[in-house]
Design a protein around this ligand. Structure first.
Ligand code: NAP
Length: 508
């Protein structure tokens, strides 16, 4: 195949980059303008490590000045718009994305290494999510509390309003650069917050495209910014006291660092995961194997809701493992520009290094590779299914940490409590899958698993966030879900009205 190259043949995006010596140099967006600088990061494609773009980076002092301006003007500009206007803007972003989707799909293939189907799926999910924004709006409501439930509060009443916090810093992971940016922008902007978007350094281009579309749709320029600083240079931004919310999706390690630096703020933290699948003795094994295989290999395992631990009841263990192996053997790994390919590369070499270490660690501890486990080159791997005795599982790096790529450990259990213990003893608590029909066993698992979401007879999938999800333990704080995140980006304000002695209530 030819060297990777971004297809930039849509003039709509022309003002967000210049071409220098054949390579696009993208701009950042601060103080209402797209700006280029000489301080640049190199963007490579994970498919062939070819340089596909440069991205300009702002000076920290420039970012701090922009935050001042946003705090004094921009946050009021968005807040003072009628909610109906903000809603129309979000809906218009969906229309613009629909029209210009080809370039965006291409950027997800070339910059993020997604297959065409995954890239197209992310674009379609983003359009649908934007169009579901009226469901969020219905949650921007308050309460009226009558005073007569307390002798002290007689002849008073209170209105509880929800107000925007002001400025939200939105930090995006590499795995859903378009969807995550759109989702977080939607529920943050709707109640009237201003936003600073920080895209991932490895694949920022889809987020840049989205911001361009959001500006064209009419978001006030003073109320939005896009900063391309690397995460490790973000400390002064994260701790800036003019920022009211930090909304991060990323690894647990980043979450811990950001929370330490940030001080007192409102946090939404969607952090590390990697989910267990518990397969009961009466499950539909073929279906379970198909969904588990997909959950291991979809986007090369670079999903927070990817399955990393398979716990199978002993009587179906052999059949399940053989069927998963069979399903994995059908997965075609290769260049994601080839439409027949199911699994593309990992985002960078260090991810593949981490995966390789995880595989070696499991072998060194006596586990056995049932399928794959070979590294193909710097960024391409074969998905790994590793069989391990139950009493060894807790020693594995793949159990203790999140290896963010296609690797899954399979083991058997004879008593449901063993499966519960192995699921709950992980530091993560994002989701779990249960395959089976025994309603009593399922009910017990539902009650005892320490996770944010459980998928019964399916793989975990956050999809367009129609159902709320989010982590417990080291997987995070808060929930993302259409309608459910509004609460976390708005502050409550109680307004107490005193009518004492005015004769409003006859019972006094
Ligand atoms: P990451 O390395 O933690 O980076 C996430 C974002 O944080 C990037 O934009 C990164 O910027 C930025 N960042 C890093 N250090 C920072 C700092 N000190 N201050 C401010 N920002 C900082 O994660 P990733 O590799 O992109 O994404 C994969 C991780 O996200 C996995 O752990 C996955 O489970 C998790 N995830 C969770 C969910 C969920 O719903 N719970 C969903 C998706 C992904 P740079 O790129 O410039 O370093």
């Amino acid at each position: 195949m030819e060297k990777t190259k971004l297809s930039l043949d849509d003039p709509f995006f022309n003002d967000i980059y210049d071409v220098e010596e054949g390579i696009p140099v993208f701009k950042y967006f601060l103080n209402g303008e797209w700006k280029k600088s000489n301080d640049r990061s190199k963007i490579v494609s994970p498919i062939d490590n070819n340089v596909i773009a440069y991205i300009s980076r702002p000076e920290l002092s420039e970012v701090e000045k922009a935050i001042e301006n946003m705090y004094s003007k921009g946050k009021w500009k968005i807040r003072d718009m009628p909610g109906d206007v903000r809603l129309k803007i979000i809906e218009k972003i969906a229309d613009i994305l629909e029209k210009h989707q080809d370039v965006v799909i291409d950027s997800l293939v070339i910059n993020a290494g997604k297959t065409y189907n995954s890239a197209k799926g992310e674009v379609l999910a983003t359009i649908e999510r934007l169009r579901k924004s009226p469901l969020d709006l219905r949650k921007i409501v308050g309460d009226l509390i009558p005073g007569d439930w307390s002798s002290e509060a007689l002849e008073t009443e209170a209105l509880i309003r929800r107000e925007p916090y002001g400025i939200s810093l939105i930090i995006i992971p590499f795995n859903y650069p378009l969807f995550d940016s759109a989702n977080k922008i939607t529920y943050t902007i709707l109640p009237g917050n201003a936003i600073i978007l920080k895209p991932p350094s490895s694949d920022p281009i889809p987020s840049l495209f989205l911001l361009k579309m959001a500006i064209e749709a009419g978001l006030p320029k003073e109320s939005i910014a896009l900063i391309t600083l690397p995460g490790k240079h973000m400390s002064k931004v994260v701790s800036n006291s003019k920022i009211g919310i930090i909304n991060l999706t990323g690894s647990t390690e980043t979450g811990i660092e950001v929370m330490k630096e940030a001080g007192i703020k409102q946090f939404i933290m969607e952090l590390g995961g990697g989910d267990p699948a518990i397969v009961l003795g009466d499950a539909d094994i073929s279906w379970a194997a198909k969904r588990i295989s997909l959950a291991i290999t979809s986007y090369s395992g670079q999903r927070c809701d990817s399955i990393k631990l398979i716990l199978a009841e002993d009587k179906i263990y052999e059949q399940l493992k053989n069927e998963i192996v069979n399903e994995l053997s059908k997965v075609k790994v290769g260049d994601p520009r080839d439409k027949g390919v199911d699994m593309g590369p990992l985002i960078d070499k260090s991810s593949a290094d981490q995966w390789e270490e995880g595989v070696k660690d499991a072998i060194a501890k006596g586990c056995k590779i049932l399928f794959g486990g070979k590294r193909i080159n710097d960024t391409f791997i074969e998905p790994a299914l590793i069989e391990c005795d139950r009493d060894k599982v807790k020693e594995l790096v793949a159990y203790k940490e999140e290896i963010f790529s296609s690797i899954a450990i399979i083991t058997k259990f004879s008593d449901l409590n063993q499966a519960i213990e192995l699921s709950n003893d992980r530091r993560y608590g994002l989701d779990a899958s249960i395959f089976g029909n025994d309603v009593n066993k399922i009910r017990k698992l539902v009650r005892l698993l320490e996770v944010g979401a459980i998928y019964i007879n399916d793989m975990p999938k956050h999809g367009i966030n129609y159902y709320p999800f989010g982590g417990r333990k080291d997987s995070g704080i808060g929930r993302e879900g259409i309608g459910y995140s509004i609460e976390q980006v708005t502050a409550m304000k109680s307004i107490v009205y005193n009518y004492k002695g005015k004769g409003v209530w006859d019972y006094i």
